[in-house]
Design a protein around this ligand. Structure first.
Ligand code: TLP
Length: 338
């Protein structure tokens, strides 16, 4: 079975499991799990942020960020197809009591001028705009990299208008290895950043939220309310530490496989693909044949992918899919007749 549904499906390697089994642990709700503390310190170093909080998931990281940056009845600007808007089940309204103003980006990148134009003037009838959220890489745009100069422009708009800026960096390491821009440099432009250990980096559980001390102190309390306080969490933090220490540079292999796959399937008559969107480990394309049917047929041949409605498919490359398996998947795609 070649599982291309997501980079979340990776299984921990024997070496990662060994690191987890040997982890020193303590009660992290008391703040005394040495491995969680080590991981948080490592992430402070990686992002250049003064404080970091280990959280259960990317969703928790994003939602804690929104909660900690805003007050109820305020407004958050986010890209209309971003994870926060599309896949977090109206979390901003449920958890933070805020409204999202979704803006359409190009390849997931919102125009800084458009963001500025949507900041609410101070008027009796309006909510206050307090936060902007960006996503790098942008999942639904096809794993696209948010160019650093665009982030700088958005950051400037936020600073000039007294807004906070949060970066959903679930796949920030994919962006970093592809662009050559360090995670620290991306993080320097934003007030908070979250990233995931359980996607391309191959750990089984966990994400991190980084920002300044005051912000993380607030997020820490909210993490408890959301049931995110964990006890001997060093066991999972060890997997996350192993992931950031060992699995970053190899992400380029996933990008290579994704680009090769995209080039090959773009030649198929039923595939319509925007090659500009294929930048990292995700390939999103349209089909002129029923995508549900394609998914079912592929599954019968040992390749698992996801589709979004009748004409859109997503294929994701990760550490548990080799170059050989990528070629096998291409061959299986080719057996589907137009
Ligand atoms: N994305 C998952 C699904 O939820 C769609 C996937 O398979 O890609 N931000 C971004 C950009 C994400 O892609 C995801 C997960 C998250 C946040 C949430 O992470 P988790 O699943 O750890 O809560």
């Amino acid at each position: 079975m070649i599982d291309l549904r997501s980079d979340t499906v990776t299984k921990p390697s024997p070496e990662m499991r060994e690191a987890m089994a040997n982890a020193e642990v303590g009660d992290d709700v008391w703040g005394d799990d040495p491995t969680v503390n080590l991981l948080q310190d490592k992430c402070k170093e990686l992002t250049g942020k003064p404080a970091a909080l280990f959280v259960t998931s990317g969703c928790m990281g994003n939602q804690l960020a929104i909660k900690s940056h805003t007050n109820p009845a305020e407004e958050v600007i986010a890209e209309w197809d971003s994870h926060i808007v599309k896949y977090e089940i109206a979390g901003p309204s449920f958890i933070s009591g805020v409204q999202v103003m979704p803006l359409k980006g190009t390849h997931g990148v919102m125009d800084a001028g458009e963001i500025e134009a949507h900041i609410r003037p101070d008027w009796y009838h309006y909510p206050k705009t307090s936060l902007v959220c960006i996503e790098n890489t942008h999942n639904r745009a096809g794993g696209t990299v948010y160019p650093l100069n665009e982030i700088k422009s958005v950051s400037k708009v936020c600073r000039n208008n007294n807004l906070k800026l949060h970066l959903d960096g679930a796949r920030i390491f994919n962006a970093s290895v592809e662009s050559g821009v360090s995670v620290k440099e991306y993080a320097s432009q934003v007030d908070s950043i979250t990233f995931c250990f359980s996607k391309g980096l191959g750990a089984p559980i966990g994400s991190i939220l980084c920002g300044d001390e005051e912000f993380i102190t607030r997020a820490h309390k909210y993490r408890k309310i959301l049931g995110g306080g964990m006890r001997q969490a060093g066991i999972i933090a060890a997997g996350a530490l192993y992931a950031v220490e060992n699995n970053v540079t190899r992400l380029m292999e996933d990008h290579k496989n994704a680009k090769h796959f995209a080039e090959e399937i773009s030649k198929l008559p039923y595939v319509v693909i925007d090659m500009e969107s294929v930048q990292t480990n995700i390939v999103i394309f349209n089909t002129t044949k029923d995508a549900n049917r394609i998914r079912e047929v592929l599954e019968g041949k040992g390749v698992v992918v996801t589709n979004d409605g009748k004409d859109k498919m997503r294929v994701v490359f990760h550490m548990d899919v080799s170059a050989e398996q990528t070629d096998q998947a291409i061959e299986i795609f080719k057996t589907l007749k137009a």
